[in-house]
Design a protein around this ligand. Structure first.
Ligand SMILES: Nc1ncnc2c1ncn2[C@@H]1O[C@H](COP(=O)(O)OP(=O)(O)OP(=O)(O)O)[C@@H](O)[C@H]1O
Length: 569
């Protein structure tokens, strides 16, 4: 089954009411619009003929019908927008969650993280997928249903009159099948590649503008963006040209259908087979039909792009496709509620091996060590020896290829994600700060924390004075990525955030990197006081940090996988 068909099936099975409700309500304005034309045409002609001949005509019923159809069309259109967009947003929301789960699952298995280009593509794919229901499913069903109903009604009056609308429907159906089965997606791929190039090169240009300016590469870098923009414009022009051709062909088919119907009307009315008022109603219905069936043209003209996006989205969701929210991690939470077990090490690595996918050699091989509750362990070694890898394994961001990792006597795999994040606090080299107030940035770690707890955490992180200097205090706004604070202050704010948690284990990655000696000592003192009974795994380079540790684990054998060389102070 194609990616597009899988997505439609998935939307139907997960959001049946919204899916069907949107289509049913969308049928109301489409049918009412065509019926309105027919009834109005019949009524005007019948009224004119009655006026000329003096025959009796009941005008109340058709007037009421016209008014009713006009109201149904307007109200139906409003309801249709509401329901079809609601169904689409529900579908996209779920799809985003499923894709995120799929990616998280892969990351947990140590798979290569997605690159910036793939992330760009993913977001534009999801945007492109709003066309699946709104531009393909709903218009397709409307075109089919209204077209068949119209043909059936016209055929019930006279088979000859149905030739025109049948020609139109056959043309649209043939066009749809042709486009659906077409294998070439050249223009969509060209458009996508050019868009990726424009985005990524622009990001490179902005991020690297200083170096480019220094080495005189600005003009060349801007030139590559302009070239990518030209390619994008070419591809978009080709897609637009095809879309215009499709619209022109459908318009032409509509005119052919109208001409055929007119000829058939002249023939049948001349033969006396059909009343003039009814013939005018048929003519107006055939006149209105192209508008309904051509609603599918915008979706068909973007079909290639939608199919590419659908194909990738289906690949990106949970690998086994089940979509259950908790499947990324095996959940076997034990009866003791995930607390640290008495007498167990806070963290234990037992013959752990790990290698990055596609890397030539293992980073860790048979690494074993333990950190006792409340113990502070410094992890040291030359650059690239695997310290960050150990930290990522300990915090379950990576999974080992062999061996086991236990937190308080429980295998990491057996601990629920939520529980795990409560029991381990990771403080990286550059904490991410959000474009929001200091208080919001701190409460991410503990939404219930009071203002006085926030001030206390800031004090321990040696940041209280800096924040209270600002008249807005805790409500002071930070720019994107923490702009407004120096690099060292950003790190200390990250530390204050970590102090608002009460984990069993802190994992610290070069805690005082970027701080001057005095502040670094203040931060280390504060952390030592604050951490209480929590164990600490600290990646350390500076002697001042190493000196605070109870024990040191060195990962520094020259060219070998690490574990063999791990040794203690
Ligand atoms: N995603 C990855 N894919 C492939 N190899 C990787 C990846 N991340 C790290 N490595 C490699 O794994 C090895 C260990 O990396 P790691 O980041 O754990 O070292 P580190 O000791 O923390 O280094 P540093 O002190 O410089 O931060 C290095 O040789 C590195 O090149």
């Amino acid at each position: 089954m194609s990616g597009l068909a899988k997505l439609i099936k998935w939307q139907w099975s997960h959001h049946r009411t919204a899916f069907a409700g949107g289509i049913l309500v969308a049928l109301i304005p489409a049918i009412a619009g065509i019926a309105l034309l027919g009834v109005a045409g019949w009524f005007i002609t019948a009224a004119a003929l009655a006026g000329m001949s003096g025959a009796f005509l009941n005008i109340f019923l058709p007037s009421a019908a016209i008014r009713g159809l006009a109201i149904a069309r307007t109200a139906g259109r409003y309801g249709e927008r509401l329901l079809t967009h609601d169904a689409t947003f529900r579908f996209l929301t779920d799809l985003r969650c499923r894709i995120f789960e799929g990616q998280a699952h892969r990351a947990g298995n140590g798979a290569k993280p997605r690159s910036g280009a793939a992330l760009n593509r993913l977001t534009s794919d999801i945007t492109a997928l709003d066309a699946v229901y709104l531009r393909l499913v709903v218009p397709g069903i409307l075109a089919g249903a209204v077209g068949l109903l119209s043909v059936a009604w016209v055929a019930s009056i006279s088979l000859i009159l149905a030739i025109g609308p049948v020609v139109l429907l056959v043309f649209i159906a043939g066009l749809s099948v042709h486009l659906m089965t077409r294998k070439k997606r050249r223009d969509a791929r060209r458009q996508e590649a050019a868009l990726d190039a424009v985005r990524l090169r622009t990001v490179d240009l902005v991020a690297g503008r200083r170096d480019l300016a220094v080495y005189g590469g600005l003009e060349a870098a801007a030139g590559t963006i302009r070239a990518a923009e030209d390619r994008l414009a070419d591809a978009e022009e080709a897609i637009e040209a095809r879309s215009s051709l499709l619209s022109a062909c459908t318009g032409f088919a509509g005119q052919v259908a109208l001409a055929l119907t007119l000829a058939a009307i002249i023939w049948t009315v001349g033969e006396g087979g059909v009343a003039i008022a009814v013939a005018v109603a048929v003519l107006l219905v055939v006149l209105g039909l192209p508008e309904v069936v051509s609603m599918i043209i915008p979706g068909l003209s973007k079909l290639d792009r939608t199919r590419l996006a659908a194909h990738r989205a289906v690949e990106g969701v949970e690998p086994n496709g089940t979509g259950s929210r908790s499947q990324g991690r095996a959940v076997q939470n034990v009866a003791d509620g995930g607390q640290q077990k008495q007498g167990q090490a806070a963290l234990a690595f037992e013959r752990v091996s790990f290698g990055y996918p596609a890397a030539e050699r293992q980073v860790l091989e048979d690494l074993s060590f333990e950190i006792a509750p409340g113990e502070w362990l410094a992890l040291v070694g030359r650059s690239g020896c695997g310290k960050s890898t150990v930290s990522a394994l300990a915090s379950a961001l990576l999974r080992p290829d062999g061996g086991s990792i236990q937190l308080g006597g429980q295998g990491l795999d057996a601990i629920r994600e939520e529980e795990l994040r409560r029991r381990i606090t990771v403080l990286g080299q550059k904490p991410y700060l959000f474009h929001d107030s200091v208080a919001v940035n701190l409460r991410i770690a503990n939404p219930q924390a009071s203002d006085s707890q926030l001030w206390q955490a800031l004090e321990v992180a040696a940041l209280k004075d800096r924040i209270s200097d600002n008249t807005s205090g805790l409500q002071a706004m930070l720019g994107e990525g923490g702009v407004g604070l120096s690099g060292g202050e950003q790190r200390r704010l990250g530390l204050a955030r970590a102090y608002l948690t009460q984990p069993d284990l802190f994992i610290l990655d070069e805690l005082t990197e970027g701080l001057d000696e005095v502040t670094a000592a203040q931060v280390l003192d504060g952390f030592q006081r604050f951490r209480g009974d929590a164990a600490v795994l600290m990646i350390a380079h500076k002697q001042a940090e190493i000196d605070r540790a109870d024990r040191i684990l060195r990962l520094d054998a020259a060219d070998q996988p690490m574990a063999a060389a791990a040794h203690w102070r």
